[in-house]
Design a protein. Structure first.
Length: 657
């Protein structure tokens, strides 16, 4: 059987590249894809090199070689592979010579031993130098195939394994290389099928592996106590390596003898030391965390203590100084313990704060409820009415505990609750008055007496008590009086403005001087629009103010003239005075108009400010009511703005609450 790959088999393999540029091979028939070059495509040298520890790779198109056992990496072809390549080339040359002699009919020379494969002899020779194979033990009784073959498969397997043993095939051989080695031996036919042969080959290799493993385990068991004692005496630590151990134990016979086992035993010993150190470190850490957790609870550390201060407090404690392990504790572990304790303190602080706030809200609510009950008692006793003033009610409250308990409590103040109570009574009175007023058949005037009102109620069919009727009449009269007072105030303001407008118009009338009388000037001013809109008394008032101003101006001019020394200077001064007077009059007129405008604007601004203040107070009270509504079971409805003058916002602004 030739060892050369069949051309048909080799032609079935095709070389491809993936998206990353990596080369792989695919079989056209079986569709099998492999990353490594198939044996059918390899050269004899590549197949021989595949049985060695050396592997060939490429970097940037340049090949390099790596030893899988020693991890050595070289760019040039190693010396072992150089010799192997020479032997393979020599075998190839001899093979070609034999084929040439056979083709020409010449006698072939005796082939060298184990040359019946492409690379078997060279590989065996290489292994004899690099990694000597198991030397077959001589058999006293060689096994041969009996006549008619073996009777059972176990005997046949034993004969086949004998062949493998005799030929020096060990666990490092591949199936193809082993078959090329023994295919021509008669014992190769001890097993009939190829599957049985391969099974026996695998059993043989498994047996060799098991025997070597057992021998290795026995050697390790024998060397373990000696080397462990050596490691202990030599001070080997968990971080020491084989290189360090080689320097320490280069002269020890056990260390030199155990070239294969010493790395394993050293790793085993250092791993045990590392595990022991890790367990001890973990135990120390747990002890320190537990001890510090207990210690920190006994120290004066609060929720406001910072880590820097807490660390000083811990370090100065007696328990910390008494435990040597705590002094060696990692700062990060200390910080972790402190952080957990600080978080617990924060949770306790938050819970206590929430409890105190809830308790304060309960106290405030109870205080407000008590004060409201006190106001109801005063209302039932007739001491608190819708027309009551705060200054009248306050003396009745000063000595009451329900009043003093509400002072300084967040939420509605006693004054605001009092205003709410008065508002409630005022709104109730206004509602009752509105019902009665709407039922009347005639309109109520400010001059309407109670007798007339009572008769009107009787004529309209209104049934109410005398007290209710009097209250309704008071509410209606108060509303009408307020409207009348407001209208009178606006009329007076309009009158003052009209008088000022007439004074402005008189300044521009020619023929009027300080000595003019009202009756004499009447023809000159009667056609003025400002004159016609005023009553006679207001006209005379405006005219008198105008003439008085002219007389004041004349006295000023006369005094200035008497003080003149030089006539020219007097004329100049008079001219300047005249110009100055004109400017002054112009400025005065402008200031008068400005003052009137300012006064008008101030009046309007005061009106708007009072409205805004009323709105703000109403908004604040409504907001407070909404906030307390859930606590008061929503007893109080949103209040309307009060319209009665009995306890109006204007009175409160003037201090008449």
């Amino acid at each position: 059987m030739s060892a050369s790959p069949a051309p048909e088999a080799a032609s079935q393999w095709k070389e491809y590249k993936n998206a990353e540029g990596r080369v792989y091979w695919s079989h056209g028939v079986t569709k099998q894809s492999v990353w490594e070059k198939p044996d059918e495509l390899r050269t004899p040298f590549e197949r021989a090199m595949g049985k060695t520890p050396w592997k060939q790779y490429a970097s940037g198109g340049k090949p390099y070689y790596v030893n899988s056992l020693t991890k050595e990496t070289v760019w040039n072809l190693p010396q072992d592979l150089v010799k192997l390549k020479e032997e393979v080339e020599a075998l190839e040359l001899a093979k070609r010579e034999r084929e040439h002699r056979k083709a020409t009919g010449q006698a072939s020379p005796t082939p060298p031993p184990d040359s019946d494969s492409d690379d078997g002899g060279a590989l065996t020779h290489y292994r004899g130098r690099v990694a000597p194979t198991r030397t077959p033990e001589p058999e006293d009784e060689p096994i041969t195939i009996p006549h008619g073959g073996f009777k059972n498969i176990p005997d046949a397997e034993e004969a086949f394994m004998y062949l493998l043993k005799r030929e020096g095939i060990d666990e490092t051989w591949t199936w193809d290389a082993a078959m090329r080695k023994v295919v021509l031996d008669p014992l190769f036919k001890a097993l009939e099928t190829l599957a049985l042969k391969q099974t026996a080959f695998e059993k043989w290799q498994a047996q060799l592996v098991a025997e070597k493993a057992a021998a290795r385990d026995a050697r390790i068991a024998e060397l373990r106590p000696k080397l462990r004692r050596l490691f202990a005496q030599g001070g080997i630590k968990s971080y020491h390596t084989v290189k360090t151990a080689d320097k320490l134990f280069a002269g020890d016979k056990y260390w030199r003898r155990a070239k294969e086992e010493r790395r394993l035993l050293l790793d085993e010993y250092t791993s045990e030391l590392a595990n022991h150190d890790a367990a001890a470190k973990k135990q120390r850490k747990e002890h320190c965390i537990s001890a510090l957790t207990k210690l920190i609870r006994t120290l004066d550390i609060t929720v406001a203590t910072r880590w820097h201060d807490a660390r000083e407090i811990i370090a100065r404690s007696d328990a910390f100084a008494a435990d040597p392990l705590l002094g060696k504790m990692e700062p990060l572990d200390m910080l972790t313990v402190y952080d957990e304790y600080a978080r617990a303190l924060e949770r306790e602080f938050d819970e206590e704060s929430r409890r105190l706030r809830a308790e304060a809200r309960r106290r405030a609510r109870k205080a407000r409820d008590g004060f409201r009950a006190l106001l109801r008692e005063l209302r039932d006793a007739g001491k608190l009415t819708r027309t009551s003033k705060w200054k009248e009610t306050l003396p009745l409250l000063r000595e009451e505990e329900r009043y003093t308990c509400l002072l300084g409590v967040p939420g509605s103040t006693p004054l605001e609750l009092w205003m709410d109570a008065v508002d409630d009574m005022q709104l109730a009175a206004e509602e009752r008055a509105s019902k009665i007023e709407n039922a009347l058949t005639a309109k109520i005037e400010l001059e309407t007496t109670f007798e007339a009102f009572d008769k009107l109620c009787a004529d309209s069919g209104v049934t109410a008590s005398e007290e209710a009727k009097r209250e309704a009449l008071e509410v209606i009269h108060a509303r009408l009086a307020k409207a009348a007072a407001e209208e009178a105030r606006r009329a007076e303001r309009r009158r003052r403005h009209r008088i000022d407008d007439l004074r402005d118009a008189l300044r521009h009338i020619r023929g009027l001087d300080a000595e003019s009388t009202y009756d004499a000037a009447l023809p000159l001013i009667s056609d003025l629009a400002e004159f016609k809109v005023l009553e006679d008394d207001d006209r005379r008032t405006a005219f008198e103010k105008h003439t008085r101003r002219l007389r004041d101006k004349a006295r000023t001019d006369s005094r200035d003239r008497r003080m003149s020394i030089d006539s020219d200077r007097d004329r100049d001064r008079d001219r300047r005075r005249e110009l100055w007077d004109k400017d002054r009059d112009r400025d005065r007129d402008w200031r008068d108009r400005r003052d009137r405008d300012r006064e008008r604007d101030r009046d309007r601004e005061r009106e708007r400010e009072r409205d805004r203040e009323r709105d703000r107070r109403e908004h604040d009270r409504q907001r407070e009511r909404r906030r307390d509504r859930s606590e008061d079971d929503r007893e109080r409805e949103t209040k309307r703005r009060r319209v009665s003058p009995a306890s109006s916002r204007a009175d409160k602004e003037e201090g008449e609450i």
